[in-house]
Each structure stands twice: as structure tokens, then as C-alpha cells.
Design a protein around this ligand. Structure first.
Ligand code: GFB
Length: 312
């Protein structure tokens, strides 16, 4: 990808898209093509076709998606399926019609079967039943993988796909009804500390295991793959290390400085018991993550404190 390549980052205002833009700008890619969702509704096939026909990007990072934590996924099930299917199909098909040189599609570790062996290898896709709480999102992301594969098979399009593990970082969502666990717990412990509360509620049993990757590391992996990888096989992106939700909660509690106790609300779902990525394929391509979880949470907490986002 040349420095003057016309690069469309779909979803540039989201956590992943904004991290990709920050990195591209830092690395001297200046010809970025960006549209907010109010300027271009990616669920609108005609609008997406016109946009690609007029702008003719050469490279596409497909980071646009309707995303959320376990509760949002399970509540807005129809929207998670429809919005993500439409965004994915419209952008990939328009990229094909506009003869985009290369496209990177971003999926999620929830594409794997709920009870797949661990760590999750790429070839475990479609070998079992999905986790119920995020089945709609997973089905849309699996459709995206298959579009990249089949457009390569039938048309020779150089469309690749990356499957990141659970992400956190700048521009995350701190709304407790929609957020993922890591920002939710930062907000809960911070609010409890300020209010002098004695307890913080953690959803589920605390026993599920999760792996967390800083979004700046994901952006780095995306640029690496866009520059170096042309395979049909989608690629896991993660750290290869996981911890329980209880261990995560204790880590965030210590970083925030909350001194009370944890209460587990077992009426809330646990979701998948474990989803640890096998990252050996990506590491064999030459990439490794940089930001360890402790340092990543510290930097995120410092920046959300400075931004005032936890005050409202
Ligand atoms: O991050 P999270 O919402 O998503 O939840 P998933 C991870 C685990 O943390 C679950 C527990 O076991 C939650 O029950 N948890 C504890 C909490 N306290 C909280 C809390 O206050 N808020 C939240 N949100 N969780 C999502 C999928 O699954 O992962 C998406 O639904 C996507 O489709 C994403 O794949 C990466 O890891 O369970």
C-alpha cells in the first residue's frame, strides 16, 4: 500500500476505525477517505454503490459495525443481525464492483462455536453451535468471512479478514447498558469509589475467561496484514493470554483504587465460558502484540479521567 493510496476506513468514528486512522496518519498515509454514518448509511445499498463508484478507493478497512457487550447483543438481536449483514454485504460487494485492490474485513472471536476446544484455531469455524447471546452478530461476521473467501474464489478479489479478540482502548463505549465488560468495570469501580460505596456488582459468576487486546495493537495488526498478507484464510488477532472476569475485576479495582467488595449477580448471563485465540498463525506471519493488559488499563483509565467521560 503506497503512502498516497486512497484508503477508505469504514467506521472511522468507532473504537477500531479511529485507531486505524490514528495509525495510518502517524505512518504518513494522507489520502484517507472517511464518511460518518450520517453522511453515508452503510445499510443503504444504493448509497454505498454510488459512493464507491464516485470515490474509487484503492484500499478498504471494513471496521464499521453495530457492536456492544453481552447485554446489547442479546437485547437488540434483530438490529445486530440486520445492520451488520447489510453493512458487510454492501461494502464488500461495492468494493468488488469498484475494483478495490485490497480490502480488510474485521470480524470477532464470537464467530467460533461456544464450546470449541481452546485455544481457538482458525479451522474451528463452523464446527459447532454458536453462543446464544451473540449468535446474530456472529452470523453476520461469519457471512463477512465467507464473502471475502467466495469473492476471492470466484472473482480473484484480494479481500482478507482478521478476527480480533475482545478489544478495549480509546473511544470505547462507557454506557453500562451497551458496553463491554472492561469499560463497564472501569465506570462501576470509579463511580463506587467517588460515591464511597461498599460494593460493586459484577454480572454473571465471574468465572468466564476472556482475552483482551488494546485497540492500538489491533490497528497495528491490521496495517501489518494489509501490507503483508494476501491469504484466503482469515487470521486471529489477540495476545494468546486470558484471565477470568473475576481476575479482571480485581485488576481494575486495584488500578482504580476502589476498596470495597465484589458482588456477583448470577441472574446476568456469563456468555461463552472461554474464548482464547490461538495466535500462532499471525505470529508465524511476523506480528506480535505490544501492550500488556495492566499497562493498557492504566492508560485507558488515565485518559478517561482526563476526558471527563465518567462524570456523566
Ligand atoms: O464484554 P462482554 O459484555 O462480552 O462480557 P462477551 C464479558 C463477560 O463479562 C460476561 C461479564 O461474562 C459478562 O457477564 N460481565 C461482568 C460484564 N460484569 C459486566 C458488566 O458490567 N458489563 C458487561 N458488559 N459484562 C461479546 C459479544 O461477548 O464480546 C460480542 O456479545 C462480541 O458479540 C464481543 O463478540 C467481543 O465477551 O461475553
Amino acid at each position: 500500500m503506497n503512502k498516497d493510496a486512497k484508503i477508505y476506513v469504514a467506521g472511522h468514528k468507532g473504537m477500531v476505525g479511529s485507531a486505524i486512522c490514528r495509525l495510518l496518519e502517524k505512518e504518513g498515509y494522507e489520502n484517507l477517505l472517511l464518511r460518518s454514518s450520517s453522511e453515508l448509511d452503510l445499510r443503504d445499498q444504493g448509497a454505498v454503490q454510488r459512493f464507491f463508484a464516485e470515490e474509487k478507493p484503492t484500499h478498504v478497512f471494513l471496521a464499521a459495525a453495530k457492536v456492544g457487550g453481552i447485554l446489547a447483543n442479546n437485547t437488540y438481536r434483530g438490529e445486530f443481525l440486520y445492520d451488520n449483514l447489510m453493512i458487510t454485504a454492501n461494502v464488500i460487494h461495492a468494493a468488488h464492483d469498484a475494483k478495490v485492490e485490497k480490502l480488510l474485513f474485521l470480524g470477532s472471536s464470537c464467530i467460533y462455536p461456544k464450546l470449541a476446544p481452546q485455544p481457538l484455531k482458525e479451522n474451528y469455524l463452523l464446527t459447532g453451535t454458536l453462543e446464544e447471546t451473540n449468535e446474530p452478530y456472529a452470523i453476520a461476521k461469519i457471512a463477512g468471512i465467507k464473502m471475502c473467501e467466495t469473492y476471492r474464489d470466484q472473482y480473484g478479489d484480494n479481500f482478507i479478514a482478521a478476527m480480533p479478540t475482545n478489544l478495549y482502548g480509546p473511544n470505547d463505549n462507557y454506557d453500562l447498558k451497551k458496553s463491554h465488560v472492561l469499560p463497564a468495570l472501569i465506570r462501576k469501580f470509579h463511580t463506587a469509589k467517588i460515591a464511597g460505596d461498599k460494593q460493586v456488582e459484577i454480572w454473571g459468576t465471574g468465572s468466564p475467561l476472556r482475552e483482551f487486546l488494546h485497540v492500538d495493537d489491533l490497528a497495528d495488526a491490521c496495517l501489518y496484514l494489509m501490507s503483508n498478507y494476501n491469504g484466503k484464510q482469515f487470521v486471529n488477532v489477540g495476545t494468546g493470554v486470558d484471565l477470568s472476569i473475576k481476575e479482571l475485576a480485581l485488576k481494575i479495582k486495584a488500578i482504580v483504587g476502589f476498596e470495597g467488595e465484589l458482588i456477583f449477580d448470577t441472574s446476568k448471563p456469563d456468555g461463552t465460558p472461554r474464548k482464547l485465540m490461538d495466535v500462532s498463525y499471525l505470529q508465524a506471519q511476523g506480528w506480535h502484540h505490544n501492550i500488556e493488559l495492566e499497562a493498557g488499563i492504566q492508560s485507558v483509565y488515565a485518559s478517561v479521567l482526563a476526558s471527563g467521560i465518567l462524570d456523566y
